[in-house]
Design a protein around this ligand. Sequence first.
Ligand code: MLT
Ligand code: MN
Length: 307
Amino acid sequence: MRAVVLGAAAGGGFPQWNSNAEACRRARRGDPAARSRTQASLAVSGDGERWFLINASPDLRQQIEARPCLHPRVGLRSSPIEGVILTGADVDAVGGLLHMRERQAFALYATQRMLDVLEANPIFEVLSPECVRRYAVPLGESFQPRHVDESGSGLEVELFDVPGKVALWLEAGRPLDELAGAPGDTVGVEVRSNGKRLLYIPGCAAINEALRHRLREASVVLFDGTLWQDDEMIRQGLGPKSGRRMGHMSVSGPDGTLAAFRDIPVGRKILIHINNSNPILLDDSRERAGVEKEGWEVAYDGMEVQP
Ligand code: MLT
Ligand code: MN
């Protein structure tokens, strides 16, 4: 199995288009310690030739151009992208589907609840049903994604429920206590091949027992690194929302990701889906040194992961 980080930032990217914060200014200046990052997405491949995307970020067009392995290689029109697997219906997970509208065959794998959201939104009809097959994937059941030519991918994939939140754009009209959504609104993806297990979990509100159990002994975990501190957006004057309100647990603190993983043995731990307010994005920050000291890596666009 091969995996490539197409984008490592959270929704909005780094720098975010309307952010004039110091970190974003450093990224815009080309400061090598403040590397720009596009919105989170991972490409996985069983054969190193044909790829499945986990989420289609709004930056997908740019991500494809940046990664030669995703360029067309055959005939006048083709793509090595054989499918897209979704972890949610947020804009940063589905926005890129609109880039994939040029009558190219691929498969879309998601929970029934995510497919219902796409179905209810006619803009996604740009993905013609003649070209794009949509598969409803039950939670907790493995499947083997196939290439468009029906050959096997060599990958075994499973979607599993994680504590999360309904997509931001679907919040309207829901009472606060229903924002967590239902099973199938926010999922993680487990990809298995040759005895290796890669877990991709870009959004996670808490680590419960089921998740803790699944994380144990994974070869690689790419995990929600949205915020350093729950109230950092409020403190930095960037907005009124806490991480909890957005369905993201924070990296630091007693209930944070670093603390939770201290007693979960994992081969390789990588933070991804990192918001532009999170100081771990900066190579020279104290917080970056802190996560590295605990054995975490911070994802960047183009990072190769070979579980
Ligand atoms: C999130 O991860 O909280 C969402 O992607 C927010 C957004 O849609 O920008
Ligand atoms: Mn997001």
